[in-house]
Ligand binder design. Structure first.
Ligand code: 13P
Length: 255
């Protein structure tokens, strides 16, 4: 872990309840995890619940969304706009999660538009990228992450990474219990930082790069020892408060 403030983000996906959010707000109320940003991205219908819980407690949880429309407003049934998220005091938006890409057909160009729309509304995008097992076996890992990052750079310029975050999430590690090894993750994180540095070294050194894919309370400490890992994007373990707390504590201990 470098000098950047670690971010531990929970992506609840299509899971969770209002009462689970209450439990989290209670567990993360006034706790002493300093110098670590802790974020929960619940399903969007629960965002306001989390905001209300934060207002009524001293919960340290930051609030994020799992996706957003690239459109500003209009006839787009079922979509949610950045300005709506902003009105609810959402701070972060995950864009281009591999499930959005694979199941909902989001292309690198569409994800780049979502990244741009998020930033233009002063919210912080978390750009996800990562290869499938097949890609890795064919030595395409670096091509995939370059493709996803370059789509953003081509649309919005390298400056857009001054206020954005990247999450490296190898698809083969998501929900499988088979995390990338700390060395495998570090190799890709280092590549990503170098890739950005070709455009602007200062921006590259300042970008938080999260690792995601079967992060849990047992493997987090070793992952956080890596120079270019600045936190985690956690799925399954972010639904269990003591596991998620333990991951946050490991991030704090790594500083
Ligand atoms: P798991 O932690 O369940 O593998 O999910 C990772 C993920 O997809 C977070 O966005």
């Amino acid at each position: 872990m470098s000098q950047l403030t670690p971010l531990i983000a929970g992506n609840w996906k299509l899971n969770g309840t209002k009462s689970l959010l209450s439990e989290f707000a209670h567990v993360f109320n006034s706790i002493n995890i300093s110098n670590v940003d802790v974020l929960i991205c619940p399903p969007s219908v629960y965002i306001d619940t989390l905001v209300q819980l934060n207002e009524n407690t001293d919960s340290i949880l930051k609030v994020g969304a799992q996706t957003v429309s690239e459109q500003i407003s209009g006839a787009f049934t079922g979509e949610i706009s950045v300005s709506m998220l902003k009105e609810l005091q959402t701070e972060f938006v995950i864009v281009g999660h591999s499930e959005r890409r694979a199941i909902f057909g989001e292309t690198p160009e569409l994800v780049a538009k979502k990244y741009q729309t998020t930033l233009m509304n002063q919210l912080t995008p978390i750009l996800c990228t990562g290869e499938t097992e097949n890609d890795r076996n064919n030595n395409l890992t670096f091509d995939i992450v370059s493709r996803d990052i370059d789509a953003v750079i081509n649309l919005t310029g390298i400056e857009s990474f001054k206020d954005g975050i990247i999450a490296y999430e190898p698809v083969w590690a998501i929900g499988t219990g088979k995390s990338a090894t700390p060395q495998q993750a570090q190799e890709v994180h280092h590549f990503i930082r170098n890739h950005l540095a070709k455009h602007n070294d200062e921006i590259a050194q300042g970008v938080r790069i999260l690792y995601g894919g079967s992060v849990n309370e047992k493997n987090a400490a070793e992952l956080f020892k890596q120079d270019d890992i600045n936190g985690a994007l956690v799925g399954g373990a972010s639904l269990v408060s003591d596991k998620f707390m333990s991951i946050c504590q490991h991030a704090q201990s790594s500083l």
